[in-house]
Design a protein around this ligand. Sequence first.
Ligand SMILES: [Zn+2]
Length: 299
Amino acid sequence: MRDYPCNLCGSDDLSEIVCAPTYMAGRPLHVCNACGMVQVAHRKTPEEVKAAWADEMYRADQKTRLSDTTYTARMPAVHARQTFAADFIDEAVSFRGKSVCDLGAGEGDFLALVQGPDYGAAEAFAVEPSTANCRLLDERGIPNFVGIAEEFIEQAGDRANSFDLVTIIWTLENCHKASDVMDAAWRLCKPGGHVAVATGSRILVPFKKPLQYYIGPNADVHPFHFSARTLEGYMAQAGFRKTDVNRFIDSDYLVMVGEKTDRTAPISWQGDNATAVLGFFERWDKETRGFYMEDGPNP
Ligand SMILES: [Zn+2]
């Protein structure tokens, strides 16, 4: 375990979100006083996380998958959010005829969806750290790289600067350094290409669920919590100019699309006010206690 500085702006000036350890098995959650990014600053190293995942993910695969050949049995909630993201991204930049690289592709459902007749992507490529998932991707005929985005970019060869669209679907919050993944996305996109990020992060929007359903004990594998402004900051820092964002205020999802720039001019971004973020979590904790916990009224 070690303490990391703010992954978005690099500042060491972080404040603890007071209520968070109650929901996160005693683990702290921090907000950056400089840019408002919410993150697990005290976390395992990538090597420790990878070792834990390789073991746990494999077991989870065995438990949750119905059979080696059944791909249609998917959780409705996951299917719904993938379709939501696909629809929004399609509206923004259109998949038709495009080459798409999905970072953290899982079992390939999102890529299979956008290659289907409704969206018409011409080419799909998966980057996925789980070897069990990559076996499934092979079976589905989806070319893939076994590893994380940061490893793929080291040996991408002529795949660098080649994709029309790089998608990061409910993955950016789960990686070790979101900034490294956004950098990899930039390197994989062709000039003028796009990145699309979808996440369930809910900072500075109305509370749609009790806080214990949002933050939990999985701090090491879910270190990042975005708002629209901090996600735009990640895009800007990596060299993507935000072009589209969904109406996230009353949706469970935040989906943002950015266009690759040549990085010759810095892109301005705003971030969040840390005091506002601290107040937001304080109110969310109070509402959660009031509406959802034993001693409060029933919802
Ligand atoms: Zn920061």
